[in-house]
Write a new protein. Structure first.
Length: 156
């Protein structure tokens, strides 16, 4: 059976999406695949002070461990509810990495949260959920957190 794919960054806005993903997996009796993307630590070009390369390596290692801990926590929570769950620590550009996992796992649906930043925030930070709506090979459920549920989305 094709899995439900839940993409999470561990942010508070992903909590509501996690609840929905768990509920869908249980209702559909589908396995759950949880994906999180390890964000690369980009060194500052031209900066080469003593110990700088060690700092970049430590930050990259911390990010890898953050994603591993997040995936372990979400996977354990799913298993406690009786949901068959696997986890994937992906790397690369966030949207591309999530789409690749959706394609590889033949996801029946992708569940993702929304930060609810509005137009200005999307301009500065981009919108993973909006990009996934356009790029994913399956239906996408964008879950708004309860504190943003009453707000109107700025479509402009």
């Amino acid at each position: 059976m094709n899995p439900i794919l839940f993409a999470t960054d561990g942010s508070p806005s992903a909590a509501a999406a996690q609840t929905e993903a768990f509920e869908l997996a249980k209702l559909m009796e589908a396995p759950l695949v949880v994906v999180s993307v390890v964000h690369p630590v980009l060194p500052t070009v031209g900066y080469s002070a003593y110990g700088y390369s060690n700092l970049v390596a430590e930050l990259a290692d911390a990010e890898k461990h953050r994603v591993e801990d997040l995936l372990r926590h979400v996977g354990d929570a799913a298993k406690e509810l009786g949901i068959a769950c696997t986890t994937v620590a992906a790397s690369g550009p966030t949207v591309d990495a999530i789409v690749a996992v959706a394609e590889e796992r033949h996801a029946r649906m992708l569940v993702v949260g929304s930060h609810g930043w509005g137009l200005g925030g999307r301009f500065v930070h981009g919108s993973v959920s909006t990009a996934l709506l356009h790029a994913a090979p399956c239906p996408v459920l964008v879950v708004r957190s309860p504190e943003h549920a009453g707000e109107k989305a700025n479509a402009a």
